[in-house]
Design a protein around this ligand. Structure first.
Ligand code: TRP
Ligand code: MN
Length: 453
């Protein structure tokens, strides 16, 4: 029996990870203002993304979902542009290797909320609320910075709108034109072995384009070559915010959460009887759900049934984050079980969150080798289960940070302090991100070669 859904029905369930807003009057007022704002994305765009994800579920496309762990209200236009550049570079590498479309989805223009393992943080004698992302409070360790400010919900909306505007301009205004494939190789990345490898590949693409031009194709008129469809996504954590941006589509009468094209449910808030599943099951956007190492077959099948009772292809993306040492044991049974139910799923690997640990000097980090190992285990598990590895989900930045260890520069513990800038989890820098794309490209090109022979 399906109980009736409405944008508020989640309020009858337990909502984990919600901030304690002290000023309920201010909260009400902010939510009312948010409810009057125009949508950030449109229902038709979300439907297009669902179709593209359906192709990924069938193995006819590959999902690249990437961006910051926690976006900052202060990140500059340059930093947003550089993140886009790395994602475009990675998309080129994967498109070329896989010979199939890459669906590009950013953790961007709304990734402002963070679930935390503890409600408070203690430093010395002082205990304050944990940092929950810029949509809630600030990262500094003082009482005023850590106070949950309802006004931040409105700031998040404005910040998301400004970021999305930039993303739309970059992806539609000529910046993403394939004839500029060399220009996405920003100095810091170009100046590395991965950058050189990328240059070689970009040279091949150049020659193909010249060939097409010589054949009489006017490249400047081919929007498929000079634009990309770039979609937004974030963890739908703060349900007050998501509800306030939910609108009924005039064309179909369906509800859409217009804060982003795709929303996902975190590992900590995916309870079948919880508020997050209740809210998201009623909106028509494509949905993701993180699946950690403790997830059971019943959990995973239950999630598919709750979010996608009609088994619509492209509706559900399951993002597994097991850890390199667990994925080969824990993932195959889940793949088999979901396959047996006939639920269509885009299986995606998040090789970041299961491989986080604290280095000796206290920095949270991840090693490049574990990330690549989890990805390899992901592809192996799908091979074994006869299911489709549909994409990857990464935390990265275009900036020259030193937050994850290893990679081409072989960063070691002592490097962490040099450029550790993240507000939350350690991200791949531009070089490491591109390197991951090349590693995955190797795996998927081998796969398509063996399928062809
Ligand atoms: N529009 C195509 C796509 O999005 C080709 C393309 C144009 C492209 N610019 C790109 C691909 C930049 C990757 C990166 O796939
Ligand atoms: Mn994270």
């Amino acid at each position: 029996m399906i109980k009736t859904w409405n944008p508020q029905s989640w309020r009858n369930r337990t909502a984990l990870q919600q901030p304690t807003w002290l000023d309920s009057g201010a909260l009400e007022q902010t939510l009312k203002m948010l409810g009057d704002q125009p949508p950030l994305v449109f229902a038709g765009e979300a439907r297009d993304l669902t179709e593209k994800l359906a192709a990924a579920a069938r193995g006819e496309a590959f999902l690249l979902q990437a961006g910051d762990c926690a976006e900052s209200f202060e990140s500059s236009a340059d930093s947003i542009r550089d993140r886009l550049k790395v994602i475009l570079q990675m998309a080129v590498v994967l498109t070329y290797a896989g010979g199939m479309p890459v669906v590009k989805v950013g953790r961007i223009a709304g990734q402002f909320a963070k679930p935390r393992s503890s409600d408070t943080e203690t430093q010395g004698e002082i205990e304050l609320p944990s940092f929950r992302g810029h949509i809630v409070n600030d990262v500094g360790f003082s009482e005023s910075e850590r106070r949950a400010e309802p006004n931040r919900l409105l700031m998040a909306y404005n910040r998301a709108a400004a970021t999305l505007n930039l993303v739309r301009a970059f992806t539609r205004g000529g910046f993403a034109d394939l004839t500029r494939v060399h220009q996405w190789n920003q100095e810091y990345v170009a100046d590395s072995p991965q950058g050189a490898k990328y240059e070689a590949l970009a040279g091949e693409i150049d020659r193909s384009l010249q060939f097409m031009q010589a054949c009489g194709i006017d490249l400047s008129r081919e929007s498929s070559l000079n634009e990309v469809e770039f979609y937004t996504s974030h963890e739908a954590l703060i349900l007050d915010y998501e509800e306030a941006l939910t609108r009924q589509d005039s064309l179909t009468g369906d509800w859409y959460d217009c804060s982003a094209h795709m929303l996902w449910i975190g590992e900590r808030t995916r309870q079948l009887d919880g508020a997050h599943i209740e809210f998201l099951r009623g909106v028509k956007n494509p949905l993701g759900c993180k699946i950690g190492p403790t997830a059971t077959v019943e959990d995973v099948v239950g999630i598919c049934e709750a979010l996608n009772p009609d088994k619509v292809e492209g509706r559900v993306t399951l993002i597994t984050r097991m850890g390199a040492d667990k994925i080969r044991d824990n993932l195959p049974p889940l793949l088999e079980a979901v396959k047996a139910t006939g639920h269509p799923v885009v299986w995606v690997s998040d090789p970041m969150h299961g491989n986080t640990y604290t280095a000796a000097d206290g920095h949270k980090t991840r090693h490049f080798d574990s990330i690549v190992d989890e990805l390899a285990g992901f592809f192996e598990s799908h091979e074994k289960a006869g299911t489709i590895a549909g994409g990857i989900h990464l935390e990265l930045t275009g900036d020259a940070v030193t937050e994850c260890l290893g990679g081409g520069d072989d960063l070691v513990d002592d490097d962490l302090a040099r450029a550790y800038e993240t507000m939350c989890d350690p991200r791949l820098n531009g070089r490491q991100g591109l390197d991951v794309a090349f590693r995955v490209a190797e795996i998927i090109s081998q796969r398509s070669n063996s399928a062809a022979s």
